[in-house]
Ligand binder design. Structure first.
Ligand SMILES: [Zn+2]
Length: 698
């Protein structure tokens, strides 16, 4: 479970649509405590971003960020702008500098550095890409056209399986392929890697885009139909309107079989082991033997099927929908999924729909930024290793580790103090903290890319081979002992993540910098900013999903039923609180879909506040610009959420993301008693909650 937008969605939003706002020079940024602070020498909260005309108790998000919101414009090549995106811009600038250095260095053939240079250059060679036209796609389109029957279709669908989903770390449930594979520690044997299969088959990110009966969604579907037709026309298909209609009705039928994102997140519904020999009887339609042969999984004895009803439904569609419709669907998906490494006409047609219509962005990001995103995605560890060496000094690592230790100590005290929790539950919670692996900055071991071939003049092939390389690497792990220290984020990612099946956390180097973390800032600002991020990730260890995994990552109910009932009652209150939030008059936040992340925000804020108070050792906190330590702590937390998003993007987020919109994440301070004292929040203030209504997680 990551701290903010899913990595994959971030990639779609940033890479397909990505770019840098004007940044001050790096040297000035490095001393700059805020996302665009006019005072480069300040450390701590950014007073210039506050709107003190707003009462903190009425709208804490506006209070903490109002002046920044007023003076910030969303650039035309962006769907949103926030602390994360500004920090990602800085990281991208550094990364492209490293890539350019590496590309010039003439590193030995086959080395990671040589591959970085080749991959980046192959993407930047627009003339070469245009000259090839659709030639790289042709063999794949011809293979689809040559499919003669449903048996061959099943084989081709198996061959398209990729390791492109991740249910619990990145919380990425989306694959445009019929199904997706996730290789992770087994639910029923956490010592070994197991194969998880997930529903798929849609290009738009959620079934709601296909099923919702609203004017906006009907309009999106009409534009999508035109887009599918336009894509097929670019590959010289005939009769493209009719083909697009078939693709859309097939995706509509698939969407009807999908379960919702809120249900996806309930792991108790996901632990369904099917033997390979069961598939034909349990989900008739698809020729499963051929499918698994195509996927190279014929010898795999069993799988965990995350959404059984979707597998039953989608498999039946393979039988009932005519072969020609499936072939159109496959051809269109092939083009869509590779449009970013094909000629401009395809990349722009894709952007026109997924960027403009779905996210409200008006311009593509500059090519170099999309190139960096591609290198980060396909060779993330190779770049990350160089990035960490250059930009993450040992002192930063040591001070981040010290903060983590203090926040873990705060959690330990909180757990001990819980009067409602059974001693056996407490003991296992403490054991989880003892075995927790906390990765700071960069992984212990780096991905070996020697089996991944990168060519200087073949960006399509580079992307294609990467998909296969990642897939084969994942499949090769099946049945092997679990490495609990394996990372799922690169050092140059501005995010953080909890890995529940490994009982581990990753805090990449790129989030351990300004404005989240500044060794020169007062403790109040650091605990309010990065401390609450750290607390958020630790608390996933104990939330609705964390409660399902014990200290060894095993699926085991280590909570007594009375404890679980208490926890569920408290969290139901939180879900109801978020259900009342309305980003737009016609749409509400889904309290159940976002519950895990909202719990983590509440609990992380509380624990980091404890750690802040403990760090003072009884001394008063330093005052900054007239703000007390308590006020600085909460303002720094609120300033984590400085954010502006286009309406289309925000609407998409509410539908497809387990994280709540930024405004409501800042407002969750209303569940913390210390916030009331810090700002003298009183009954009658908009965010005021009577003490019994405040949700206390632990
Ligand atoms: Zn989270």
């Amino acid at each position: 479970m990551s701290f903010q937008l899913k990595a994959s969605q971030f990639f779609v939003a940033l890479a397909a649509l990505c770019a840098v706002t004007a940044l001050p020079p790096l040297a000035a940024r490095a001393q700059n405590a805020a996302i665009d602070s006019p005072q480069p020498e300040t450390h701590g909260i950014v007073v210039a971003n506050l709107d003190t005309s707003v009462k903190p108790g009425d709208d804490f998000f506006e209070y903490a960020n109002g002046a920044w919101i007023k003076r910030t414009e969303i650039p035309p090549d962006r769907a949103n702008v926030n602390v994360f995106s500004v920090l990602t811009d800085l990281t991208n600038k550094r990364t492209v500098g490293l890539i350019e250095e590496v590309a010039k260095a003439n590193a030995p053939a086959g080395s990671g550095k040589r591959k970085i240079g080749h991959l980046y250059n192959s993407y930047m060679d627009e003339a070469g890409i245009e000259a090839k036209g659709l030639a790289p796609l042709r063999p794949h389109l011809e293979a689809i056209a040559a499919l003669r029957d449903k048996r061959e279709l099943a084989r081709a669908l198996g061959e398209s399986l990729r390791a492109d989903v991740d249910a619990l770390n990145d919380t990425n449930f989306h694959t445009p392929n019929l199904f997706g594979l996730w290789v992770a520690p087994g639910f029923n044997d956490s010592e070994h890697y197991a194969p998880y299969l997930m529903q798929g088959g849609l290009e738009m990110r959620d079934r709601e885009f296909y099923l919702a009966d609203t004017d906006r969604m009907r309009d999106i579907r009409a534009k999508y139909r035109a887009h599918v037709s336009a894509m097929l026309k670019l590959a010289a298909f005939d009769d493209t309107d009719a083909r697009a209609e078939r693709v859309l009705s097939l995706e509509h039928a698939i969407a009807e079989k999908h379960i919702s994102l809120a249900d996806d997140e309930d792991i108790h519904k996901a632990n369904n082991t099917w033997k390979q020999s069961d598939f034909a009887a349990k989900a008739p339609g698809l020729d499963w033997a051929e499918f698994f042969r195509g996927a190279g999984l014929a010898k795999e004895p069993s799988f965990i099927v995350w959404q059984p009803t979707a597998f039953i439904g989608e498999s039946a569609l393979v039988a009932s929908i005519p072969l020609d419709a499936w072939k159109d669907w496959m051809a269109y998906h092939l083009m869509e999924d590779n449009a970013d490494v094909l000629p401009k006409a395809l990349a722009e047609e894709r952007f026109d729909f997924f960027g403009k219509t779905l996210s409200g962005t008006t311009e593509q990001r500059p090519r170099w930024q999309r190139g960096v995103a591609l290198v980060n995605k396909l060779l993330g560890d190779a770049v990350g290793q160089i990035y960490a060496q250059r930009y993450f000094p040992p002192e930063a690592k040591a001070s981040a580790q010290a903060m983590v230790a203090n926040i873990i100590a705060a959690f330990r005290k909180r757990i001990d103090a819980l009067d409602w929790m059974d001693p056996s539950t407490k003991a296992e919670a403490q054991a989880k903290l003892t075995t927790l692996y906390v990765g700071i900055g960069y992984p212990e071991t780096w991905t070996d890319y020697s089996a991944y071939e990168v060519k200087a003049d073949d960006v399509f092939g580079n992307q294609w081979r990467s998909g296969l390389f990642e897939y084969h690497s994942s499949v090769a792990r099946l049945g092997k002992p679990v490495d609990r220290r394996q990372w799922c984020m690169t050092p140059q990612t501005v995010n953080a993540v909890n890995l529940p099946l490994q009982n581990g956390l990753n805090f990449p180097a790129a989030i351990l910098q300004l404005p989240f973390f500044d060794p020169l800032a007062p403790a109040a600002a650091n605990y309010g900013a990065i401390g609450t991020v750290i607390g958020h990730e630790i608390s996933h260890t104990f939330d609705t999903e964390g409660a399902a995994f014990d200290s060894k990552g095993r699926v085991r109910n280590w909570w007594t039923s009375a404890d679980l009932a208490h926890f569920k009652a408290a969290t139901a209150k939180l879900a109801a609180q978020y259900d009342t939030y309305k980003p737009f008059p016609d749409i509400s936040v889904n309290g159940r879909q976002t519950l895990g992340e909202n719990i983590a925000d509440v609990a992380g804020l509380a624990a980091s506040h404890d750690a802040f108070v403990a760090s003072l050792e009884g001394q008063p906190a330093s005052v900054q610009d007239g703000f007390t330590g308590e006020q600085q702590f909460f303002i720094a937390f609120g300033q984590n959420w400085a954010s502006k998003a286009r309406e289309a993007m925000l609407r998409q987020q509410v539908l497809t993301d387990p994280h709540s919109p930024a405004r409501f994440r800042a407002a969750t301070a209303r569940n913390n008693d210390a916030w009331y004292a810090a700002f003298n929040v009183q009954p009658g203030d908009t965010l005021y909650l009577a003490p019994p209504e405040r949700v206390r997680i632990c």
